[in-house]
Design a protein around this ligand. Structure first.
Ligand code: ISE
Length: 336
């Protein structure tokens, strides 16, 4: 079988990471084109990786006959137009989260993909591919601990630019726990409340950071999430599932853990590319393998839409401090 020829739209932090991954360590795939609003950055990356064409316009890259499949690592606000272009050209696409900026446009994407008649869109919720999250899911699904009742999550970034506003904390960071909760419980989130204490003085002016979210799920479970994107120390993602006969925690830091001089601890990863490196590698490899079979193998456009609907309610709750019901379309009516 010939290699899957991949084009990447957006080669900032995450896109450049994916470019390196596809070019150097993904079997059955070849990076053939990159595109970025910063043309010099795209050219420098293309030159460094070799055999890669910089293309000026994202829609041109998507339509290019030498591009079989696309990775969208552009900012969320650009996704809708680029996703529609991928669907129009029948091109499989791995789209970084968020799927789009709001539930209505995400639903239009789901409907447009449904009209095409095959799954072309996979959403980059990479935690589903993280070996620790996968082991947690397997343990919970095995029923060994009984029914899962609660999730406690912590999601901390060392720091973010001042342009990372309160809504982005919901749409770009908390959205991962939205997907994790839906996936671990295999149930939709029906209501969300987002509280914000007096913010850290070390974040952007007027940014509500940290935030404390509570999700209520259709199966009666509850998940809470502390999301704090200017934690200063390092990158930390933890999840504890509390079940009827015990609890299971992941993300405690599997690196070297020391006890010395009245202290215990280890190093913290600087950011998500380090912590989730294995997850991104597995995600992209499985996406390439599935795409070559004409399938997807991971979070679907529906998962992206459901997350967008929860985040939209979350942003409304952040404004009022009150619980907000999630307005989710009836899946059977949309997808038949
Ligand atoms: C970033 O965009 C990511 O997707 C990371 O996984 C998340 O932890 C971070 O908060 C976001 O800014």
């Amino acid at each position: 079988m010939t290699d899957l020829r991949i084009g990447i739209v957006g080669v900032g932090m995450m896109g450049a990471d994916h470019a390196e991954r596809v070019a150097r360590r993904t079997a059955g795939a070849r990076l053939v084109a990159v595109c970025d609003p910063d043309a010099e950055r795209a050219k420098a990356l293309a030159d460094a990786l070799g055999g890669v064409r910089p293309i000026g316009d994202p829609l041109e890259l998507i339509g290019d006959v030498e591009v079989d499949a696309v990775i969208l690592a552009s900012p969320g606000f650009a996704h809708a137009e680029q996703l529609f272009a991928c669907l129009e050209h029948g091109k499989p696409v791995l789209c970084e989260k968020p799927l789009t900026m709001d539930a209505a446009s995400s639903l239009r994407v789901v409907e447009a993909e449904h009209k095409v008649g095959r799954s072309l869109i996979q959403v980059g919720f990479m935690r589903r591919f993280d070996p620790e999250y996968a082991a947690l899911k397997q343990l919970l699904d095995s029923g060994e601990l009984g029914r899962t009742l609660l999730l406690h999550n912590v999601h901390r970034n060392k720091s973010v630019p001042a342009t990372f506003r309160s809504e982005m904390i919901v749409r770009d960071s908390l959205v991962h726990e939205v997907d994790v909760a839906r996936w671990l419980f295999d149930a939709e989130i029906t209501r969300i409340t987002v509280h914000a204490p007096k913010p850290t003085s070390l974040g952007g002016e007027g940014v509500l950071d940290p935030q404390l979210a509570v999700f209520e799920l259709a199966n009666g479970a509850i998940a809470d999430v502390e999301v704090f994107v200017n934690f200063q120390v390092g990158y930390e993602v933890r999840c504890e599932a509390v079940a009827e006969r015990g609890s299971a925690t992941i993300g405690l830091g599997s690196g070297v853990f020391t006890r010395a001089g009245s202290q215990w601890g280890g190093a913290m990863p600087a950011d998500y590319r380090v912590r989730f490196e294995a997850a991104y590698d597995i995600e992209v490899q499985r996406w390439v393998d599935a795409t070559r079979r004409g399938e997807i193998d991971g979070p679907s456009a529906w998962d992206g839409y459901a997350a967008a609907a929860v985040c939209e309610a979350g942003i409304a709750s952040l404004g009022s401090g009150r619980p907000v019901d999630v307005d989710l379309a009836d899946r059977r009516k949309v997808l038949g």
